[in-house]
Design a protein around this ligand. Sequence first.
Ligand SMILES: *[C@@H]1O[C@H](CO)[C@@H](O)[C@H](O)[C@H]1NC(C)=O
Ligand SMILES: *[C@@H]1O[C@H](CO)[C@@H](O)[C@H](O)[C@H]1NC(C)=O
Ligand SMILES: *[C@@H]1O[C@H](CO)[C@@H](O)[C@H](O)[C@H]1NC(C)=O
Length: 389
Amino acid sequence: MIHFMAFYFIQIFGMLAHHKLHYTITVENAKVYNDSWASIDSRPLPIWYDEAKLGIFLHWGVFSVPSFGASPAWGWYYWKVSGWQSWKDYMANNFKPKFSYADFAKDFSTEFYEPDDWADLFAASGARYMALTSKHHEGYCTYPTNVSWNWNSRDVGPHRDLVGELAHSIRSRTSMHFGLYHSLYEWFNPLYIQDKANKFQTNAFVKEKTLPELYEIVNAYKPDLIWSDGQWEAPSWYWNSTVFLSWLYNESPVKDTVVTNDRWGSDTLCKHGGYLTCNDRFNPKTHVPDKKWENAMTLNKGSWSWRRDTDISQFLTLKELLSTFIETISCGGNMLMNVGPTKEGTISPIFGERLQDFGAWMSVNGEAVYGSKPWRMVQDTMDSNVRYT
Ligand SMILES: *[C@@H]1O[C@H](CO)[C@@H](O)[C@H](O)[C@H]1NC(C)=O
Ligand SMILES: *[C@@H]1O[C@H](CO)[C@@H](O)[C@H](O)[C@H]1NC(C)=O
Ligand SMILES: *[C@@H]1O[C@H](CO)[C@@H](O)[C@H](O)[C@H]1NC(C)=O
């Protein structure tokens, strides 16, 4: 409503002004986005994003407590829905029979969390932006909120604002852009389960949970990136995604700087929104996609969050990281390199070493990286591994 009124006001004002002063207003200067995908998709991506090339992704939450098995961020789901034997055995062998996933939260201690040190490490890697999980599919919020009662970092576990503290450190110590990951869906939220049972003809979960969180993280932390996820079970009209995005682009405190991805509904992946992520570790290699894209990948091959039962073979080498990065930027992408912090709030030295080594390479080669554009050819027909930037 407000958008339309503002639009008409500009039109009327423009007409009056034109009549009296021979003065015209170009609507482009005050472009207003409506809640159609055509309109949302027409917004130019703020240029900082393409120039940045490298970002750091962080998966941190209650799943960092069990931190066990393949992809622990999905552990609750593997245990309760998929019924993986390894999870059933781990729980049966180590915990009392009534132990629930929620009981892990009190051990999300973060007592060694030093966001200043994290910020310095990320900046040293050469990354120019980052994204931290504000909420993953388990539903736990890593910031204080009233819409996730007793399932947020103020009420249980850290008793700290993990998001706010990192936002402050990133902004006060580095020139990186601060971003947040947010999952639209939650596996076990009763409101979501009810909406799903109603074939998404009701949207109580979106109204009472997802949207309030999205507005809250934007207003409270002013992120320059919203890395949306967990969109796949329901279409974007259920999530009210374009309603939120039109607010984000027209009125929010980050309307001129914010960048978003393409995970806003089962109909949007690789198609609508800000830049494309398509699938995890997206890397087209042989062509330059029509739209700006990102290769979201993880330094620990099989896992997005910390695993206690990991070993050195699981970590990509510096050489592997650099060839993935060069492939990515040569085809016009950015690389979002993921790190999994521990429940104590530390970043394992293996991640630290990789980031520092990456940064040493960037300090020599950064001039040919930041702000670069793909060349007119991306592949040498004689050697499939040679590409030009
Ligand atoms: C929304 O914007 C699109 C693209 O600019 C336009 O085609 C469409 O008519 C607009 N819809 C409304 C209801 O204004
Ligand atoms: C959350 O609830 C507390 C206690 O009722 C209240 O003091 C606080 O203002 C609320 N915060 C927000 C952001 O609504
Ligand atoms: C959100 O989407 C639902 C359909 O799922 C629709 O009924 C509702 O009007 C939408 N809300 C807004 C604010 O557009």
